[in-house]
Every structure is written in structure tokens, then in C-alpha cells.
Ligand binder design. Structure first.
Ligand SMILES: NC(=O)c1ccc[n+]([C@@H]2O[C@H](COP(=O)([O-])OP(=O)(O)OC[C@H]3O[C@@H](n4cnc5c(N)ncnc54)[C@H](OP(=O)(O)O)[C@@H]3O)[C@@H](O)[C@H]2O)c1
Ligand SMILES: C[C@@H]1O[C@H](OP(=O)(O)OP(=O)(O)OC[C@H]2O[C@@H](n3cnc4c(=O)[nH]c(N)nc43)[C@H](O)[C@@H]2O)[C@@H](O)[C@H](O)[C@@H]1O
Length: 313
């Protein structure tokens, strides 16, 4: 049975993705009436199809986790695609959810929506107070627009409560390990694993490795999402979900090397893109909700590697 406070049926867009699959695996959702249509069943770019699906299934809860998602390289290659698709998906899902009378809509943004060149912890109040990071501007603009749409509809709607969370970078089971579009941690795992397999003596790090990132384990993120849904009334309209601390790129490489047992070296490719110098969120609002992640970095890397090895066979 689903935990109390979760209104069913629960529609999770992006159910076949990393966040979606980690939500599916969450104990509180086992036995819940979950709707997780894949792209073949429901292409979220098709507004009429999304509206028809929502009218037919009438989800009480909608978690909007679908998106065109990728690391820095993928974003740089296709800013228009990241803008258009994430705008279309968000607009279609959120407007159709309200029209179909959903009670709760939880929209997933991203910490890349914050201004670049900030060295302090990024607070929800910092949104739209400075220029965006060029390497993912298209994606960030779409995420900001959809987050604002959710807020506008929340203010106008009696029946539907819409809130957004701003996740830091995520990694974990069901991650994207494809080098052309993966984020940092799956890329490191894939590269270090390859070096162990081939006996390579050095692994390439993009940039000088001094940039800093905050990566939350996707299993923990899914738990935070469930916690939000179980305490939705107490949740702020906009809330960061992260660790509140970060590591350097170099430290991430060394941690993965330690967990995987790689004893070789590293070399830096200074021609590769680096993006924001730092991107770490303030978690005061999340702390106030009484949620903490359960895994430390080494545990999370180990569990992600186990998944990688099983899915690679
Ligand atoms: N991963 C991160 O580091 C991170 C950080 C902050 C925020 N987020 C946000 O968290 C959410 C989930 O991210 P993720 O890491 O789980 O991404 P992901 O693994 O790439 O999953 C994205 C999901 O969206 C689906 N999707 C994309 N376009 C679609 C369409 N037109 N119709 C139907 N489904 C479509 C994908 O289906 P297909 O597999 O068929 O393409 C996939 O199931 C996204 O909103 C993302 O912006 C992610
Ligand atoms: C959460 C996501 O953050 C994303 O920004 P962002 O953290 O720079 O995206 P990542 O691709 O995770 O890159 C993180 C940092 O890791 C460095 N890096 C080092 N080696 C590698 C490598 O082999 N692969 C990758 N990918 N990076 C590497 C990269 O230079 C950058 O500074 C946004 O582009 C997305 O839209 C999304 O918002």
C-alpha cells in the first residue's frame, strides 16, 4: 500500500528515466497506483495526446520528471533543442494536469537555473538575479519558464496545488552512461572502468579539475521527492534538493578511482568545457522539512557501479 499522504493515482512523467526508475523502486510507492507511460505510449510533445491521457486517467498526483536532459557537452551542442523540448514538455504536462483536476503537481527544475559566478550557497531567492551559465542557458530558460508557469497556475487554481523542487546534479542507478550526453559522475565511472579493463595508465579529466559540483544520489533524491509528497502542505512552493556541500571535479575522479580500485593517473584536457565554476545549493528549506540523504558519496558510487556492471552485461 502507498504511504499515507500520497494521493493516487500517481503519474510520473519520465518514468523510464533515472529519476523515474528510482521513484518506481522506492518502497513507499510499491503497490501504489503508478502511471509511468513511456514515450512510445505518450509523447509529451503532443499537447492533444497529453490532454487526452490526463482526462482519461485523472491522476491525483503528477510528478513531472520528464525532460530532455544531458551533461554540459550535450547542452552546448543543442541549446535550442533543450529549450524547445523542455518548454513544450513542461507546458503540456502542467496545463493538462490542472485541466484534468489533479490535486498535486510537483515539477522538477534544476540547479542550473541559478545565476553563474556565485561562490556562495545558491538560495531559492537568488533565482533570476543574474546572468545564466551559457553552457546550459537553453535548458535553464526552459526550466525557469516552466517553474514560473507552475507558480502562476498554483496562484490561480483552487483545486490544484503546484510546487517545484530545484535538484542539484544527480547520479545513480539507471543513469545515462553514454559519453556523448552523460553527466560527470556516470562519465567518470565509465572512463575509470574502461581504464581498468584496458590497463590504461591515465584517465582524462575535462578542464583543470578545480570546478566544484554537488551530486546527490538519485535513490536519495527519489526519497526526498516522496517525503515532499507525503508532507506537501508543509513544503515551500519552491525548494532546493541537494547536499548543501560540494566536491571538486578532481575529488570526484579520485573517489571513483578509490571505489573502483583504479591505481593509475589522470591528465587534464584544458580544451574541454568546464561550465559553472561552482554550483551548490542552500538546503535550509529542505532541512526544515526534516529530510536528510541516507548515502555518502563512496556508498553511492559503489551502488552506481554495481548497477553499471549489471546493465553493461
Ligand atoms: N540528472 C540530473 O543530473 C538532473 C539534475 C537536476 C534536475 N534534473 C531533472 O530531473 C528530471 C529527470 O531527470 P533524469 O536524470 O531522470 O533524466 P533522464 O534519465 O534523461 O530521463 C528523462 C525522461 O524523460 C523522458 N522524455 C523525454 N522526452 C520525452 C517525450 N517527448 N515524451 C515522453 N517522455 C520523454 C525520457 O524518455 P526516453 O527515455 O524515451 O527519452 C526519460 O524517461 C528532469 O526534469 C531533469 O531536468 C536532472
Ligand atoms: C544538472 C545538469 O548540470 C549540467 O551542467 P554541469 O554540471 O556542468 O554538467 P556535467 O556534464 O555534469 O559537468 C560537470 C563538470 O564536470 C567536468 N567534467 C570533467 N570530466 C568530465 C567528463 O568526462 N564528462 C562530463 N560530462 N563532465 C566532465 C565538466 O568540465 C564540468 O565542469 C547541465 O548542463 C545540465 O543542463 C543539468 O542542469
Amino acid at each position: 500500500m502507498a504511504a499515507s499522504g500520497l494521493l493516487e493515482p500517481i503519474l510520473v512523467t519520465g518514468g523510464t528515466g533515472m529519476v523515474g526508475q528510482n521513484l518506481r523502486e522506492h518502497p513507499a510507492l510499491s503497490g501504489a497506483r503508478l502511471l509511468m507511460p513511456g514515450r512510445a505510449e505518450l509523447d509529451l510533445r503532443d499537447a492533444a495526446a497529453v490532454r487526452a491521457y490526463m482526462q482519461l486517467h485523472r491522476p491525483a498526483t503528477v510528478i513531472h520528471a520528464a525532460g530532455k536532459v544531458g551533461g554540459i557537452q550535450a547542452n552546448m551542442r543543442d541549446p535550442a533543442g533543450f529549450l524547445i523540448e523542455n518548454l513544450d514538455l513542461g507546458r503540456n504536462v502542467i496545463t493538462a494536469a490542472v485541466e484534468a483536476g489533479a490535486s498535486v503537481v510537483l515539477n522538477l527544475a534544476s540547479s542550473c537555473i541559478y545565476p553563474r559566478d556565485r561562490t556562495t550557497l545558491l538560495r531559492e531567492e537568488d533565482l533570476l538575479t543574474g546572468p545564466l551559465e551559457p553552457t546550459n542557458e537553453g535548458y535553464a530558460l526552459a526550466k525557469i519558464a516552466v517553474l514560473k508557469l507552475a507558480a502562476y497556475l498554483d496562484a490561480a487554481s483552487e483545486a490544484t496545488s503546484l510546487k517545484s523542487v530545484i535538484p542539484c546534479n544527480l547520479f545513480g542507478r539507471h543513469d545515462n552512461f553514454k559519453p556523448a550526453s552523460s553527466h560527470l559522475l556516470p562519465a567518470i565511472i565509465q572512463k575509470v572502468h574502461g581504464a581498468i579493463q584496458t590497463g590504461a595508465e591515465s584517465v582524462e579529466i575535462w578542464g583543470d579539475g578545480t570546478a566544484r559540483r554537488e551530486f546527490l544520489f538519485a535513490t536519495d533524491f527519489a526519497d526526498a521527492v516522496v517525503h515532499c509528497l507525503q508532507n506537501f502542505d508543509a513544503m515551500p512552493d519552491l525548494m532546493n534538493i541537494g547536499l548543501g556541500f560540494d566536491y571538486s571535479i578532481n575529488e570526484y575522479y579520485q573517489t571513483v578511482a578509490d571505489v573502483l580500485g583504479y591505481a593509475g593517473g589522470f591528465h587534464h584536457d584544458l580544451d574541454r568545457p568546464v561550465g559553472m565554476a561552482r554550483k551548490v545549493v542552500d538546503v535550509s528549506r529542505l532541512d526544515a522539512m526534516g529530510w536528510k540523504p541516507r548515502h555518502d558519496l563512496k556508498q553511492a558510487v559503489g551502488l552506481t557501479y554495481e548497477f553499471f556492471l549489471r546493465s553493461a552485461v
